[in-house]
Design a protein around this ligand. Structure first.
Ligand code: TXA
Ligand code: MG
Length: 352
């Protein structure tokens, strides 16, 4: 059975950490908050423990886990041939939403890295996450704490909904403030490469270590098998709501007009409709359930609300969801990457 404990990050009780640490040390599963999304944690150096993560999530076994640490120097316990660029990025962005891929040391089992010779490492900013790592003395392998394919969890209730009965303990530390998974940068090859965009943008990374490439798969249609993503997880359909999600791009006038037209038609056919709008546009819609995801003046608010809104439409079993599109610069790249994947790349570009 799954226990849920509420924690206050400003006043973390020792005995709660002790409970969670004991589960981890005994090879069990603890879901915990991070600043990006909730993670589903197990002892990263215990192949048997990390295999339980795959089982609980229904995750394909070739999809590697990110290992969470609490001090920069911990990466030396897990990675070898650490490039200077890794230290520079760590100094600037850790603790925070950045995962660095490096060559793994022998102590990291293939069961944690999905059979790869590399390991993804992240030092999270969330205080509960860091205290848990420090207190248990365990490096924590943790993917997002959702059932594979579902939107990532930004609240403890999302974790409970997906994984109740499949994990030992859920630590409820309130809402994940950023709402999108960490940026992944691969430093194991000749050139640094971004495998997944996130809140730490390409520009921010380049300001510290110079030119970086994007894995070309990030912005292409669902990988056809011709190009293979470097982060195995990026090839799976992801973040998907139950309903059919369609994105509209173009001028706001055109977008709202077209979404209104589509929504009206569906509702007349007896099909339920949800609309992902923003604070600025929500009043232009006339049909279906209209939700403002955030404000266009602050893209972080849109990032923070995306998975929550997709899950809210799941709760309502909404059959069709129409979404506006967002800018594709800086943080917008991470938002559009997730939104496009959630939509199975159904985007309709309206003529100006
Ligand atoms: O923000 C986050 O990163 C959250 C929190 C819990 O830390 N975690 C997370 O994990 O999003 P997950 O498993 O949902 O996504 C991990 C991604 C997958 O796409 C996986 O393929 C990639 O990271 N990855 C992990 N290790 C890798 C490696 N050694 N090489 C390439 N890709 C790797
Ligand atoms: Mg995930």
């Amino acid at each position: 059975n799954t226990i849920m404990i509420k924690l206050d990050k400003d006043e973390i009780r020792k005995e709660d950490l002790e409970t969670a640490a004991t589960v981890l040390k005994n090879g069990g599963l603890v879901a915990f908050p991070t600043e990006t999304v909730y993670g589903l944690g197990a002892n990263a150096l215990d192949a048997q423990a990390s295999s339980k993560i795959y089982k609980a999530k229904g995750r394909p076994s070739d999809n590697p886990l990110i290992v969470h640490i609490a001090k920069i120097e911990d990466m030396e316990s897990l990675a070898k041939d650490i490039p200077d660029t890794a230290y520079r990025l760590a100094q600037v962005f850790w603790p925070g939403p950045l995962t660095i891929i490096m060559k793994k040391k022998d102590c990291v089992p293939y069961g944690t890295t999905g059979g790869l010779e590399t390991v993804g490492i992240r030092l999270p900013a969330n205080k509960i996450a860091r205290d848990l790592i420090l207190h248990s003395g365990v490096f924590i392998a943790a993917p997002s704490a959702n059932v594979s394919g579902k939107p990532s969890p930004t609240k403890a209730e999302h974790v409970q909904k997906d994984l109740s009965g499949r994990v030992d303990l859920i630590l409820d530390g309130g809402d994940a403030t950023l709402g999108l998974e960490s940026t992944i940068v691969d430093l194991s090859g000749d050139l640094p490469m971004i495998l997944r965009p996130g809140c730490i943008t390409k520009t921010m990374l380049e300001n510290v270590i110079g030119p970086i490439e994007y894995d070309p798969v990030i912005f292409s249609e669902e990988p056809s098998g011709v190009i293979k993503p470097k982060a195995p997880g990026m090839k799976y359909r992801h973040y998907a709501p139950e309903g059919t999600l369609v994105i509209y791009s173009g001028s706001m006038d055109k977008v709202t007009e077209e979404i209104n037209r589509q929504a009206k038609e569906k509702i007349e056919e007896g099909i339920s409709v949800g609309i992902i709008a923003t604070k600025e546009t929500k009043d232009y819609y006339k049909y279906g359930i209209i939700k403002a995801i955030g404000t266009r003046k602050d893209e972080a608010s849109i990032a923070a609300g995306l998975y929550r809104i997709l899950r809210e439409f799941d709760e309502l079993h909404t059959e069709y969801i129409y979404s506006e599109s967002f800018s594709d610069n800086e943080l917008g790249q991470a938002i559009m990457n997730r939104l496009l994947k959630a939509a199975g790349y159904r985007i309709i570009k309206l003529e100006e």
